[in-house]
Design a protein around this ligand. Structure first.
Ligand code: TXA
Ligand code: MG
Length: 320
């Protein structure tokens, strides 16, 4: 059990920051998905994240900080193009993977020489991170606040459904409403001569090229440990089937201009690809709540955020 706090004023965020500093866990909203946070300098607190999630201990965690200035604490070496990206897109749905400093211990990086850092763009996340920094904290390690392999939560209720059995009585879940982006941040490997996309998200290849003036490469075939790139991930209990006609009794997610047949359970009908990303995970969760066996998804076409949507859907369709 954990406490569920929905009025996230300054005093709540100050208390939550103090809880983090004393080794507690705080689930908090970001613009992408909800994260489960711990003090990134506290090995015991970070170990509790792994046990609450049921996640293998060699998977690295993203360190969340209040501002770009803190990147220097965690990184040993930041190329100029990464600084350009941070200037353009932080706070925002982008994680930069850089050479780690001695701050980033093995229990954060999974023993790798790199660390992922992000400044999230959400008032509650930023308020929490600022209060944490004022109290002397250096960064908050936070994976998505779901059990390992499950769909990421985009509401505080979904966090509670996923994790309340695994959190302690003094841990808290901060409720900041539904996440605006809805899929996890773009992860960019900044350790080479050019940026490399490890996980697509709302910050697109075009945006990265525009900011850096460099050609971006993608991560295919690279043996780097990104749990989001395991074959099956982001899966609901229901079987996810892509780009087929739904049958009666099956769930269906598609753009609003696509009709559902008779007896089909329509779970979402977004009118833009941004809305598709925003509602996708809650629609998959709704399928499980309704006990549906199968969800058919007609994938959005084209570039932009739809690349991230198709990435997550392909993984979800591989099952658990
Ligand atoms: O949008 C997001 O990124 C959310 C919110 C809460 O910020 N966080 C998130 O964390 O999705 P998580 O742990 O569920 O996924 C982060 C991914 C993992 O697959 C992890 O392996 C990868 O980032 N990652 C973290 N540090 C890394 C590193 N140094 N090198 C390569 N991959 C890394
Ligand atoms: Mg995750």
């Amino acid at each position: 059990m954990s406490q569920f706090l929905s009025k996230c004023d300054a005093s709540v965020m100050g208390d939550a920051a103090a809880l983090l500093l004393s080794g507690g866990l705080v689930a908090f909203p970001t613009e992408t998905v909800y994260g489960l946070g711990a003090d990134a300098c506290n090995a015991a607190a970070v170990a509790r994240i792994y046990s609450a999630k049921g996640r293998p201990a060699d998977h690295p965690l993203i360190v969340h900080v209040a501002s770009m200035g803190a990147l220097g604490d965690w990184a040993a070496d930041v190329p100029a193009y990464a600084i350009a990206l941070a200037r353009d897109y932080w706070p925002g749905p982008m994680t930069l993977v850089v050479q780690r400093s001695s701050f980033a211990a093995d229990f954060i990086t999974g023993g790798q020489d790199t660390v992922g850092v992000r400044v999230p763009n959400h008032p509650v996340a930023l308020g929490l991170l600022e209060a944490f920094a004022r109290a002397g904290g250096k960064g908050v390690a936070a994976p998505s606040a779901n059990r390992f392999g499950n769909v990421s939560p985009t509401t505080a209720q979904a966090v509670s459904d996923e994790l309340s059995d695994y959190l302690g009585i003094s841990d808290v879940i901060l409720d900041g409403g539904a996440c605006a982006v809805g899929v996890e941040s773009t992860i960019i490997d900044c350790t080479g001569d050019v940026p490399k996309i490890l996980r697509p998200g709302a910050i697109t290849q075009k945006m990265i090229e525009h900011s850096t003036g460099l050609d971006v490469i993608d991560a295919d075939g690279v043996a780097i440990r990104v749990s989001g790139s395991l074959e099956s991930h982001y899966s609901p209990i229901a079987k996810v089937v892509l780009d087929q006609s739904p049958l009666a009794g099956q769930g269906f997610i598609a753009m609003a201009d696509v009709e559902s047949g008779v007896g089909v359970v329509r779970l979402a009908a977004p009118t833009t690809h941004e809305e598709f990303a925003r509602v996708l995970y809650s629609a998959l969760r709704a399928a499980d709540k309704q006990g549906l066996e199968t969800v058919v998804v007609e994938q959005p076409k084209g570039e932009g955020i739809s690349i991230a949507i198709r990435d997550r859907l392909e993984r979800a369709s591989r099952g658990r």
